[in-house]
Design a protein around this ligand. Structure first.
Ligand code: NAD
Ligand code: UGA
Length: 474
């Protein structure tokens, strides 16, 4: 093996939830590497460059400190994609790979149009050899397609393609990046491929112990990412399935999680029953996996994984239906306060949040929904609702959205409400003055805790009717 090239210039295409934090940490930990993050979204880049660190486009604990340390030193955010590609020895592709909304594979397959555009741009602009790193989550064998595009320019430039999927979770991105369970790098088995792997290993070795860096073939790396997300989501759907049975039998799902999680073969994490998982990736990645299995004529495997999504849809629907059933079979004209809109705590990301789907079902039953979330903007909430309460711009949608009111004070959201629904597990919800909330609500005062975070005993003593996930009747 020849000595791996030392990387001193990195470009990352895509300044989103992955590209921004990941590159900020690489720049922080490798001050000798110039890291430029580029994006076609001018506003996003302007926000990353804002001197007011509260205006960064992403809310993530600890992120502002990392950006403050590296930005302007060796971390740069820019819209000049061509220049950054041209200068870099290593290019990370961190663009979005949403579920296709049209044509072949609609609603299932990953839409790779942004990936393809990146490859074409890199091929057009590059004047010297480069290592291309797939950071986005991609279907297995995407590297092959990338290679075909990159190597068809005939201009003599050489590209090595690596797969290095990102495993960070939102809300804990900075600690996940600082202390990853593992870094995964897949590359070709040729000498050139191994050199490219080593070049990336050397970047991560600045702060990640070598034994935590796993190197594999490209296809294994690509498929490991989809598999990891499928396994994590499967655990949530499994415990949520059991939560439904708990509610019928009087067993307590949190006690079950504790009991089974103590078995080291099962493990304690990802066993928190909830209103349903959200986030930009679990659903899209499982749908992508299901699509791939069908494409490779493995219908039984496809059906197996699809059930994880069906169970999640069932859980969200079950929660909404329970609110309607408990409020005497209709929520029409009733004020329902939503605590939380983000798909989990400590993030302003709302993609695929369970709250959106629960709100939609209640709005269809003519509820009046009052929403409070400590980090999500009014604009974002309406944009989410419009994408679900289709069709966009129709009179019906406009009518439904008239029944949505956003609050910046949780107490005003809950005042005179018939019921409170807790959709996100923000810590502050635990510390509210629940006695005061009770006194100001209509009676009977219901709390539907979709995250099992408030103290059911305390609230019941105050006088609330409390419904938890997987805990049976009061
Ligand atoms: P995102 O939507 O937040 O960011 C993607 C960015 O890429 C956008 O700002 C978009 O403008 C930009 N972009 C798209 N095409 C471009 C182009 N041709 N040139 C320049 N910029 C372009 O997405 P994300 O959440 O950061 O996810 C990115 C990828 O990482 C996805 O494949 C996702 O599955 C994966 N992933 C996400 C997470 C997560 O927590 N969000 C974690 C691990 C992996
Ligand atoms: C998830 C994975 O955890 C990351 O490893 C992965 O990199 C990322 O997807 C991705 O590919 O995008 P993320 O979606 O940010 O990260 O957050 P998670 O902590 O996994 O939570 C996902 C959803 O599951 C949230 O709605 C959360 O509330 C829910 N969840 C999680 C539960 O309901 N119960 C649990 O026990 C755990």
């Amino acid at each position: 093996m020849t000595k791996a090239k030392q990387i001193t210039n990195i470009c990352c295409i895509g300044a989103g939830y992955v590209g921004g934090p990941t590159m900020a940490v690489i720049a922080q930990k490798c001050p000798y590497i110039k890291v430029t993050v580029v994006d076609v979204n001018e506003q996003r880049i302007a926000d990353w460059n804002d001197t007011d660190l509260n205006k960064l486009p992403i809310y993530e604990p600890g992120l502002a400190d990392v950006v403050a340390e590296a930005r302007g030193r060796n971390l740069f955010f820019s819209t000049d994609v061509d220049e950054a590609i041209n200068e870099a020895q290593m290019i990370f592709i961190s663009v979005n790979t949403p579920t296709k909304t049209y044509g072949v594979g609609k609603g299932m397959a990953a839409d790779l149009k942004y990936i393809e555009l990146c490859a074409r741009q890199i091929a057009k602009v590059s004047k010297d050899d480069k290592i291309i790193v797939e950071k986005s989550t991609l279907p297995v064998r995407t590297a092959e397609a990338l290679s075909t595009i990159l190597n068809s320019t005939g201009n003599g430039v050489n590209f090595d393609i690596l797969s290095s999927p990102e495993f960070l979770a939102e809300g804990t991105a900075i600690s996940d990046l600082h202390k990853p369970d593992r870094i995964l790098i897949g590359g070709e088995e040729t000498e050139k491929g191994q050199d490219a792997i080593e070049a990336l290993v050397a970047v991560y070795e600045n702060w990640v112990p070598r034994e935590n860096i796993i190197t594999t073939r490209v296809w294994s790396s690509e498929l490991s990412k989809l598999t990891a997300n499928a396994f994590l989501a499967q655990r949530v759907s499994s415990i949520n399935a059991i939560s439904a049975l708990c509610e019928k039998t009087g067993a307590d799902v949190d006690e079950i999680s504790r009991a089974i999680g103590a078995d080291s073969r099962i493990g304690a994490k990802f066993l928190k029953a909830s209103v349903g998982f959200g986030g930009s990736c679990f659903q899209k990645d499982i749908l992508n996996l299901v699509y791939l299995c069908r494409q490779f004529n493995l219908p039984e495997v496809a059906d197996y994984w699809e059930q994880v999504i069906k169970m999640n849809d069932y859980q969200k629907h079950r929660f909404a239906k329970n609110i309607i059933d408990s409020l005497f079979n209709t929520v029409s004209g009733k004020k329902i306060a939503f605590l939380g809109w983000a798909f989990k705590k400590d993030t302003n990301d709302t993609r695929e949040s369970a709250a959106i789907y629960v709100a939609d079902e209640l709005l269809q039953d003519r509820a009046e929904i009052h929403i409070y979330d400590p980090k999500v903007t009014e604009e974002q909430i309406f944009s989410d609702l419009k994408s679900v309460c289709h069709p966009e711009g129709s009179e019906a949608t406009k009518d439904l959205l008239k029944n949505v009111i956003i609050h910046t004070d949780p107490y005003s959201a809950m005042q005179s409400a018939h019921a409170i629904a807790i959709l996100t597990e923000w810590d502050e919800f635990k510390t509210y003055n629940w006695q005061k909330v009770y006194e100001e609500m209509l009676k009977p005062a219901f709390v539907f805790d979709g995250r099992n975070i408030v103290d059911k005993k305390q609230l019941t003593e105050i006088g609330f009717e409390v419904y938890n996930i997987g805990k049976g009747l009061n």
